[in-house]
Design a protein around this ligand. Structure first.
Ligand code: 13P
Length: 256
């Protein structure tokens, strides 16, 4: 049984004060849903304050990115060792970082390795563009992203990895992939690729989220799919009530 995982990626939203106020309101409302792993990903600046509020709770904190080096002349960057003790998860490979920051598969692979070496858990985001989708290239492209991100990772490492399938055309557009389509890519491409690389045990225990215009209204459609183990949520994670609804629906749908 895979524990469902719902992560709110706040992107470049909420000041430090707003983030802290938000998790103070959110925490008691999420507390009942212990069968779902609940994660918030604030901006770097807000991580220390948010982590402090959540330190004696079972709500986890994630960063939205990391560098792969531990220190050095990398102006503006944050390293895995700086995140240690503050977060449990780190999102890497988000399509916005690939598109706007020029991140490549090779960089994402280095980040995954660096995080795992520091005892941090990568949430590796993959997903195809609209053009690739329409040209029938989704399976080849997403499969390639998965292989590249996981290159050199061991089966033991994989116990600490989460993958998020986020079709670029569905992010922030309100144009979500149907539950069935998302499940087909997650099961038929991502989990299949992991099965080829690592075998059944790793493939059957790896958690794979869907992301892209997830909201309470379509959450049940995703969570009722057998291969979808949770969601990576942008917009709908910025409001307490919709975040709580998403987690409640995940708990109901996964029946635990
Ligand atoms: P939206 O839920 O706002 O579409 O964002 C999805 C996303 O990019 C989460 O990482």
């Amino acid at each position: 049984m895979r524990t469902p995982i719902i992560a709110g990626n706040w992107k470049m939203h909420k000041t430090v004060t707003e983030s802290i106020d938000f998790v103070k309101q959110l925490e008691p409302k999420l507390a009942p849903y212990q069968t779902v792993e609940r994660v918030v990903a604030p901006t770097f600046l807000a991580i220390p304050g948010v982590s402090e509020v959540l330190k004696n709770t079972d709500i986890k904190v994630s960063a939205q990115n990391t560098h792969w080096e531990n220190q050095g002349a990398y102006t503006s960057q944050i390293s895995p060792s700086m995140l240690q003790g503050l977060v449990e998860f780190v999102i890497i490979g988000h399509s916005e970082c690939r598109a706007y920051l020029g991140e490549t598969d090779d960089m994402i692979n280095k980040k995954a390795k660096a995080l795992l070496a520091h005892g941090l858990k990568p949430i590796i985001a993959v997903g195809e563009s609209l053009e690739q989708n329409e040209a029938g290239q989704t399976e080849a492209f997403v499969g390639g992203q998965v292989r590249a991100a996981l290159d050199g990772l061991s089966a033991e490492d994989m116990a600490n990895v989460v993958i998020a399938y986020e079709p670029i055309w569905a992010i922030g557009t309100g144009k979500n992939a149907s539950g069935e389509i998302a499940n087909n890519i997650i099961g038929g491409t991502i989990r299949k690729t992991v099965r080829q690389l690592y075998g059944d045990t790793v493939a059957d225990t790896l958690r794979i989220q869907y992301g892209g215009s997830v909201k309470p209204e379509n959450m049940m459609e995703y969570m009722s799919q057998p291969d979808i183990d949770g969601a990576l949520v942008g917009g709908a994670s910025l409001k307490v009530d919709s975040f709580v609804d998403l987690v409640r629906i995940a708990a109901e749908a996964k029946g635990n």
